[in-house]
Design a protein around this ligand. Structure first.
Ligand code: PLP
Length: 348
């Protein structure tokens, strides 16, 4: 059965907006150390930031315990999701992924002729890895796997995922989107980057947009085998030349701002707990989430829900999954969650 999430469009009244909880942003960013790095680097904006970019790649390689040749930078990880899709599907083929999942790479792949092979998530909304493996055929060019998975917030166990990659990556490259991995608490949160040590053909995407609070500053990267990166680079001049000098400095500083990352995780969990308690009190059954967003079924059509939320100044997502309406709410500040809860009480 097709379970895919159809996102519905909201037309927010920006003059009224009181809470932006629709795009899984980090409400506390940018980190203090990144703010300072940006202001200190403004005067360097007349030069290309080639050396600084090379330094940032070196620093990321040390953190990920890989070589700089394993890293490719992008304007946010979304840039690299798109470039990977363009490079891998220029001759068609199919892409296997969970359903629902984050659709950006898949949409671009389809736009150049790929076929999507969706595999429904399991009852707990985690990846059905056995079914995904069975869905792979001779035309499969890539497996896309988002962990934790957007829009559902579920985590797939490290052991099961590692075994899957060890079995499958010799046949088909596996793209693992770890945009939300650093936000995970209370479940497996090990990156699949370590598989590169054994030359497994995984492409792991990470971003500065979530835990690092820099969505608008546009920095992300993938870690992959150098030969795989070469094949992605055929559709682009290289990697990272589109990242602004100030953002390169900000990214490097953000990596050092461990206090900010820890505090984001703590505040996210507190606001999420507050949301859970209130959703339960109102009779909503949410899907337990390991990230900074939560989905739950709503009792009115998604379009109507979005209009009512716009009237209350709340930017939010609604989608149909299995033909039923759901809300996806990002975890904002506690104050934003209070506004959301009161809006929800008012409209239902
Ligand atoms: N991957 C997932 C799963 C996302 O949810 C997002 C954004 O929300 C992205 C990638 C892209 O983010 P960015 O381009 O800001 O790194």
């Amino acid at each position: 059965p097709m379970v895919r999430a159809h996102y519905l469009d909201q037309e927010p009244n920006f003059a009224k907006v009181v809470a932006r909880i629709g795009s899984n942003e980090n409400p506390y960013g940018p980190p203090p150390m990144a703010r300072k790095a940006i202001s200190d680097s403004i005067e360097k904006g007349n030069r290309y930031a080639r050396t600084e970019l090379r330094d940032l790649i070196g620093k990321i390689a040390v953190k990920e315990e890989v070589s700089p040749e394993n890293i490719m930078m992008g304007n946010g990880s979304g840039d690299l999701l798109e470039k990977t899709a363009l490079a891998m599907f220029d001759k068609g083929g199919n892409i296997v992924s969970a359903d629902p999942t984050y659709m950006s790479l898949i949409r671009v792949a389809e736009s150049v002729g790929a076929t999507w092979k969706p595999v429904p998530c399991k009852a707990d909304w985690s990846h059905d890895l056995d079914a995904m493996e069975k869905a792979i055929d001779k035309d499969t060019k890539l497996v896309y796997l988002c962990n934790p998975n957007n829009p559902v917030g579920s985590v797939t166990s490290t052991k099961a995922l590692t075994d899957f990659c060890n079995r499958v990556a010799d046949k088909v490259p596996i793209f693992i989107d770890e945009a939300y991995l650093e936000l995970v608490e209370g479940a497996d949160n090990k990156s699949m980057v370590s598989l590169l040590k054994n030359k497994k053909n995984v492409i792991v995407a990470r971003t500065f947009s979530k835990i690092m609070g820099m969505a608008g500053l546009r920095v992300g990267y993938v870690a992959a085998l150098p030969s795989t990166l070469d094949s992605i680079k055929k559709v682009t001049k290289g990697g990272g030349s589109g990242i602004a000098c100030t953002s390169v400095y900000a990214a490097s500083a953000a990596m050092d701002d461990i206090d900010f990352q820890n505090s984001t995780r703590k505040l996210n969990t507190e606001a999420k707990t507050y949301l859970y308690e209130n959703l339960t009190a109102m009779g909503y059954k949410y899907v337990p989430s390991y990230t900074n967003f939560v989905i739950f079924p709503i009792n009115m059509p998604g379009k109507e829900f979005l209009t009512k939320m716009s009237d209350k100044g709340i930017i939010i997502k609604a989608m149909d999954i299995q033909e039923k309406p759901w809300c996806r709410v990002s975890i904002g500040t506690k104050d934003e969650m209070k506004l959301f809860v009161s809006a929800l009480q008012n409209i239902s």
